[in-house]
Design a protein around this ligand. Structure first.
Ligand code: PHE
Length: 395
């Protein structure tokens, strides 16, 4: 059996010879191993901290080496460790793991043969690239239909020179209602069944927090930050305490628009929205404006487009069109001229909004219903179900 010799000659040639002898001895011992060998003592013989072969190499070669040979001997000893340690460890691995279970360390002959291959061979086998295997598939994601619709609408207005503005979903009563001309307790608040954050009774009403019921508060927030002229679109998520059904969800999305400048008229509003509806639904689509009410616009209107399913005829496939309830029109959004009272609220922070000098229009549309029409979705709840089978249809 191999024993580590003392060195007298520290030349490179003598070191190489000693290293070769040691590796030769290791190889011979590995060849002689069988499935019945005691691998634990094989391992200890080479790697034991006290008196293992590698430890002896340290003691007998490195420590006594003269100063001028230390560097060379150190390098050789390290190389040796890097070769010997992984080979011995690899071979004795199972037995280290199972040493407390006698019998389990007996390996089948096949297994054993494999483990006797050199470390390099094993590593090569593990890292080898099989170019005939199929590659890793990364399934393509897709935009959610509501987000896609949002991006389309925003793009239409960007092309008209609008920029994008955003605001918080948790909003104060002041921005969601009061500054938009909904006085406290005014019945107009009832149109937007609101989810309030609890436990705020000690705060002044205007500071109490709620989930915004529309994107209109971002009109005020943006005007407070930026002087006129202003042209912005505001996409975002909004919340109302509505019971869910095929056309209602307590979460939905809106895109808001606001233009403020000198001499903005209702004609500008009509022309802008007519252009946008044609860009979104095709150049055949007609728009009509219907009197309505919002506290923050005066006058106010609802905008309807000719039904894109029956072409405005109200009849389809020999019966009444179900999408427009045979009316030929579909209501899509609310709009109007910015009420001068709104500029009054904004002026507290941004005096440039003088209702004597400027005017503006605003509009707001629900995105989900538009997405439902565009993609033929009959239940709004599907947008929020997270069902992959539904979403995969849009990849
Ligand atoms: N904020 C209104 C709503 O949610 C829509 C709207 C926006 C109306 C802007 C007029 C102007 O019902």
């Amino acid at each position: 059996m191999y024993t580590v010799p003392k060195l007298t000659d520290y030349s490179a040639a003598a070191l190489d010879k000693a290293v070769a002898e040691l590796l030769g001895a290791l190889e011979a011992e590995i060849k002689a191993l069988t499935a019945d060998s005691d691998l634990r003592s094989f391992r200890d013989r080479w790697l034991a901290r006290k008196n293992g072969v590698l430890a002896q190499v340290n003691e007998l070669w490195l420590k006594p080496a003269p100063q001028d040979a230390k560097k060379l001997v150190g390098a050789r000893v390290n190389q040796l460790k890097e070769v010997v340690q992984p080979q011995v460890e690899r071979l004795s691995l199972y037995d280290l793991v199972d040493s407390r279970k006698p019998g389990l360390d007996r390996l089948r002959e096949e297994d054993w043969k494999q483990r006797r291959q050199s470390v390099l061979e094993l590593r090569w086998a593990a890292e080898r690239l099989d170019i005939t295997l199929p590659g890793v598939r990364r399934p393509l994601g897709a935009q959610h239909p509501v987000i896609r619709t949002m991006n389309e609408i925003v793009a239409v207005f960007r092309n008209l020179g609008y920029s994008v503005s955003e605001g918080p979903e948790i909003e104060s009563d002041y921005y969601n209602f009061e500054s938009l001309n909904f006085p406290p307790h005014h019945p107009a608040r009832d149109m937007q069944d609101t989810l309030f954050i609890g436990g705020q009774e000690s705060k002044a009403l205007r500071e109490r927090l709620l989930l915004r019921t529309h994107t209109s508060p971002v009109q005020i927030r943006t005007m407070e930050k930026m002087k006129p002229p202003l042209r912005i679109v505001i996409p975002g998520k909004v919340h109302r305490n509505d019971a869910p059904d095929a056309t209602h969800s307590p979460i939905f999305h809106q895109v808001e628009g606001l233009a403020v400048d000198t001499n903005i008229t209702f004609c500008d509003l009509k022309g802008t929205l007519e252009h946008a509806m044609k860009a979104l639904f095709g150049s055949d689509v007609k728009t009509r404006f219907y009197p309505s009410f919002f506290p923050f616009t005066e006058p106010s209107a609802d905008v309807q487009i000719s039904c894109i399913f029956c072409g405005g005829k109200g009849q389809r496939d020999g019966g009444p069109c179900r999408n427009c309830k045979a009316s030929g029109w579909i209501e899509l959004l609310g709009c109007g001229m910015v009420d001068p009272a709104i500029f009054g609220f904004v002026r507290e922070k941004q005096p440039a909004y003088d209702p004597e000098k400027i005017s503006g229009f605003a509009f707001g549309m629900g995105l989900d219903r538009i997405a439902m029409m565009k993609y033929g979705v009959s239940d709004i709840g599907q947008f929020y179900s997270g069902d992959m089978r539904f979403l995969e249809q849009f990849t």
